[in-house]
Design a protein around this ligand. Sequence first.
Ligand code: 13P
Ligand code: ZN
Length: 271
Amino acid sequence: MKNILNAPFVEEMKKTCANMYRLGWDERNGGNISYLLKKEEVEEYLDTTNVLRTIPTGFDATALIGEIFIVTGTGKYFKNVAEDPETNLGILRIAQDGTTAELLWGYKDGGKFTSELPAHLMSHIARRKVDPENRVVMHSHPTYTLAMNYVHELDEKKFTHTLWEMCTECIVVFPDGVGVLPWMLCGTNSIGEATAKKMEEFRLVVWGMHGIYGAGKTMDETFGLIETVEKAAQIYMLTAHLPRVNTIKDSEMVELAEFFGVKYRKDFLNL
Ligand code: 13P
Ligand code: ZN
């Protein structure tokens, strides 16, 4: 059996959490990541018949029975993941009842998965219906995206349009736009269900005055989505109080989307 601490998926979690912390997106225990693993890959590092503990999830994830995820722990700090992955991360499998997580590794101090597991697993279920290759769901509190929530209307057409206007490549990176939820109580099945509903349409969902969710095939794709929104939000926050002299026109966004061959939300433009 190979050493799990050298597994590429543990390395990816360590690097991503460190980057998110470095960028100031994940203060204290802010943010969480879930990453769907390939069973064959996990079996190189773990005896998957050895369940360390079972933990009830409190919701139905029947569509994910038998699937294995690596997930950040609740209350754990992203800044500490790299130095102690076995305490701050866990590998779990959804049990045959669909409502229990079987812990295969990690949460060494007796901890458990993120309080946002409903939003994560429900989003995995929703995204995999649209894209069977989706593997990553990421939640974060990026500074400028959050700041923008306080000064910009929380309307997904208007919010997406403003972001698209801020950097030329935005419409190419997230042509499907950004879904927006109003402020809701976090850590609940209700916010999980609302997020998953948005994930049927979007790979990015803003949680009003809280943060953002991203979903993608790989860690890089998912991180890159959030990173691009955050860059656009930063430009917005640096310029929103100044007179706007120039802007990217809607006709130019159409040119971009067509040149790069992306399927974009035409209804989010004012054509
Ligand atoms: P957890 O520590 O439970 O992952 O919660 C962090 C967070 O960002 C809640 O939305
Ligand atoms: Zn949060």
